[in-house]
Each structure stands twice: as structure tokens, then as C-alpha cells.
Design a protein around this ligand. Structure first.
Ligand code: 5AD
Ligand code: SF4
Length: 444
């Protein structure tokens, strides 16, 4: 069957789509890039905030005319919704007339069978059962070519931050065997990938008989050919010393730590069930900077959590000013059905206050990012080339070790190779420079 697969949401979803592609290809389906030719349309979805849901409903509405047109031509288009939103809303999703199929993140092995059933019987099929064991062992992700490969090293989350739907949509935490991950990275290196990003909802909870996350990342970074190893995300509550040592000493582990703060008030952190206070967070930041002086620190922040006062939002601003993150993702609180916060607290910060607070925090972060980026002017940074720059055909782009986007005049540097770029200009989001005439380091 000809299958068109669309992916929304986080990097874990990108990875899952690669697993889905692999499962479908193994059963003889063909993945295609033009939706008009599809017999099956699958949408891998996100549930983290309400606007993620809204976007998907909009997408489903847009599929209705296509489905109708094909029906007139005698073909029944199968439309399936996969991933976190499928797990979250289950059967309710069938209220949308376009959908035939709903499959949760732990049930992708059943996809070929379910699609066949829908095709044959015209039925509506659902499989949204969380598993304590499924890690897709033995499924080799079918990757879309690129310089970076995502690798989920674990699935699920046991942290139950009160605002977050992930523990309900992705279930209990489970780690993949260390040898399976190493085998996957070795094969990626042989295929020419030069960077991997290790993914987990909280990588610090990674545990197997073969070792901890610090053991795993060192062994991944030792694999010949693997020039850059990234990871996301660690939880501030249990950041191990051994991981800091690995980042500070291993030349192939990027010196970038994404450390979600979420809020700057201890009272709000308690209500969020984050299990740390600002004093501890700051002590961790200081320790990270002591051990890795040139570290790039980024974060996630939520504004307008239930009951958050203007003063408490100012506390978040103060923490931002004092840490000076290199960049930050800032979100408005979005109530998720079934979460602890939805059960216990009213979503009582007005839309206007959420907007004012997010704008204020955006402004602070933009200024700090710009100041930090300007501080890089004149420096030579090592860039892993990704390809052509968007909008400028005579420029290429890549990423620094700290994950900055760097744009430079060039057209023929090979994606996947490293080049030094002297930074000449900077904005809050991007660095601009000139590649140095010294021969590019090749990663092989
Ligand atoms: N509302 C707003 N932001 C959220 N996040 C998770 N759940 C919610 C929610 N209900 C944010 C957190 C997390 C990031 C991935 O998404 O900041 O770190
Ligand atoms: Fe959600 Fe917290 Fe788990 Fe992250 S650690 S996925 S924010 S519950």
C-alpha cells in the first residue's frame, strides 16, 4: 500500500516516525512523499499543549475534501491518527468523520494488521494500550537522510510533573539495552552519520544492567566516526556528577545542556511537582559552569501555571537574569485533561496575564541571547555543516557544538563535515560568519 506519513511534535515523535516507516516497509508498504497518491495517510501527533491538538484537528478538516474526492473515484482513503494525541483521546477521536484508525505510541507493531483490517472491512480500528515493556527492540528506524540521527534510548516518563500529559500518553519509563543502542550508533556511523542525539524524557533515569546514562553516552561518543553526541533532556533533580565529567572531558560530547527550569518560584515548582527549588537549581547551574566553563545552557519555561502571581512570574524573570541562559523555550500553561494540575487547580491566570508575562520573558531572553551571541563575534567556532541556508542560495548553514545556527557564504562544503567559521555578526537566533580557508576537518 502507498502510505503518506506526517509528523508533528517533538524529536521523540520524529524518531517514532522512523520506527513506523520501518515497520510498514517490512510488511511491504511503500512510503511516499506526495499525499495525492496515498492510499493511507498517517498523522503522528503531539498532545503537549492544546494548540498541538488544535493544529491536528485543522489538519484532519483539510483531509476531508481529499477523502471525498477519492471516494467519488471509488477509492477509500484510510486516515490514521498516531502518537500522543491518539493515546490521550482514544475512541473520542472517531467523532471526527475522516478518521478510520487510532494507534498509540506503544502499538505501532500492530499497524500493518490494523490498516489491512480497515481496508478489508471498512471498520474503524483502535489500539491505544500502553505497555511496560515495548522498546521496539529489533526495529531498525528507517531514517530520512540528514546529518543528525535521533535515537530514543528510553521511552515513557515516571516523573508526573503536575502540568504534563506525557506520563499518560507515553506510559511508564523503560530503558533500551545499552548494547542495542551501541549497535544502532555503530551502524549509523558506518552509514556516514556524524552526529547522534540521544533522546529520553529524563535521560538521567536511564538504567540498565549495562550501566547508567553517563556510561552509555561515553560509549556512544567512543564509537569511531561519531563526531558529535548530543542529548536531551536531563531533569535538574538528579543530574549526576559522572555525566558532567563525561561532558567536560569527552571531545565528542557537545558542551550543551538543556536544563528545563519551568518556573522561578519555589511555591510554583512545588505545585508543579518538580522536586527541586531555585537554590538547588542555581547550585547545579554553578556546578555545571564550574566543570564546563564554555557550556551552552538552554531551558524550558512555563508562564501562567495555576495560581501564579505577577510577583512569582517576576521571580522567573529574576532567575533568567541571573542564569543568563543562551536560549529558552517559553510556553503559556495549557491545561491537559487527566493531569494532576487539571484535577487539582483551576487554570485561573487570565489569557491577558499569560500573554503579558510571556512577552516580558521573551524580551528578556531575546536581549540576553543577543548579548551572548554578540560576545561570540570574532571567535572561531567549529560548525557541523547541514546544507544550504534557507532563503539564501549562496550560503550554507550548520550547527556549532553549542547548537547555535551558523550561516556563512559557501555553496559546496559537504554536509556532515566540520568547518571553522569566524563569527562576524549575530542576531538573537543566529550567528553569521566566514568559513576559514584552512582545510575543513573531515569527520571520517
Ligand atoms: N503547558 C505548557 N507547557 C508545557 N510543557 C509541558 N506540558 C505543558 C503544558 N501543559 C512544556 C514544558 C516541557 C516542554 C517540553 O513543554 O516546559 O519542558
Ligand atoms: Fe513531562 Fe516532567 Fe516527564 Fe518532562 S519530566 S515529560 S515535563 S512529566
Amino acid at each position: 500500500m502507498k502510505v503518506y506519513l506526517e509528523t508533528y511534535g517533538c524529536q521523540m515523535n520524529q524518531y517514532d516516525s522512523e520506527l513506523i516507516r520501518s515497520i510498514l516497509q517490512a510488511s511491504g508498504d511503500e512510503l511516499i512523499s506526495r499525499i495525492e497518491k496515498a492510499e493511507v495517510v498517517l498523522i503522528n501527533t503531539c498532545a503537549i499543549r492544546e494548540n498541538a491538538h488544535r493544529k491536528i484537528y485543522g489538519r484532519l478538516d483539510l483531509l476531508r475534501p481529499l477523502k471525498k474526492r477519492l471516494k467519488r473515484q471509488g477509492q477509500d482513503l484510510v486516515v490514521g491518527l498516531l502518537g500522543c494525541m491518539a493515546q490521550n483521546l482514544k475512541q473520542d477521536l472517531f467523532k471526527h468523520p475522516v478518521l478510520n484508525l487510532v494507534v498509540g505510541p506503544d502499538n505501532y507493531r500492530a499497524l500493518p494488521k490494523l490498516i489491512a483490517r480497515v481496508k478489508k472491512q471498512g471498520s474503524k480500528e483502535i489500539d491505544a494500550n500502553l505497555s511496560e515493556y515495548e522498546t521496539y527492540r529489533g526495529v531498525a528506524p528507517a531514517r530520512v537522510e540528514g546529518v543528525n540521527a535521533w535515537i530514543a534510548i528510553m521511552r515513557g516518563c515516571d516523573n508526573f510533573c503536575s502540568f504534563c500529559v506525557v506520563p499518560y500518553t507515553r506510559g511508564r519509563e523503560r530503558s533500551r539495552e545499552i548494547d542495542d543502542v551501541l549497535e544502532e550508533v555503530t551502524s549509523l556511523a558506518a552509514q556516514g552519520y556524524r552526529q547522534v542525539t540521544l533522546l529520553g524524557q529524563n535521560v538521567n533515569s536511564y538504567r540498565t544492567e549495562g550501566g547508567t546514562f553517563a556510561d552509555l553516552i561515553r560509549r556512544v561518543a567512543d564509537i569511531p566516526g561519531m563526531m558529535r553526541v548530543r542529548f536531551t533532556s536531563p531533569h535538574p533533580k538528579d543530574f549526576p556528577q559522572a555525566l558532567l565529567e563525561a561532558i567536560s572531558t569527552h571531545p565528542h560530547i557537545c558542551k550543551h545542556v538543556h536544563l528545563p527550569l519551568q518556573a522561578g518560584s519555589d511555591r510554583i515548582l512545588d505545585l508543579m511537582n518538580r522536586t527541586y527549588h531555585i537554590k538547588e537549581y542555581m547550585a547545579l547551574v554553578n556546578k555545571i559552569r564550574e566543570m564546563i566553563p564554555d557550556v551552552i545552557l538552554t531551558t524550558d519555561i512555563i508562564v501562567g501555571f495555576p495560581g501564579e502571581t505577577g510577583e512569582e512570574s517576576r521571580e522567573t524573570a529574576e532567575v533568567m537574569e541571573s542564569v543568563r541562559f543562551d536560549s529558552a523555550y517559553i510556553f503559556k500553561y495549557s491545561e491537559r485533561k487527566g493531569t494532576i494540575a487539571a484535577r487539582e487547580f483551576a487554570d485561573d491566570v487570565s489569557a491577558e496575564d499569560k500573554k503579558d508575562r510571556i512577552v516580558r520573558l521573551f524580551d528578556i531572553q531575546r536581549r540576553i541571547s543577543l548579548e551572548k551571541h554578540k560576545g561570540l563575534i570574532g571567535q572561531k567556532v567549529e560548525v557541523l555543516i547541514e546544507g544550504a541556508a534557507e532563503k539564501r542560495s549562496d550560503h550554507q548553514m550548520g550547527k556549532s557544538d553549542g547548537n547555535h545556527t551558523v550561516i556563512f557564504p559557501a555553496t559546496s562544503l559537504t554536509p556532515g563535515s566540520l568547518v571553522f567559521v569566524e563569527i562576524m555578526e549575530a542576531s538573537a537566533g543566529t550567528l553569521y560568519g566566514n568559513p576559514l580557508p584552512t582545510p575543513a576537518l573531515t569527520c571520517i
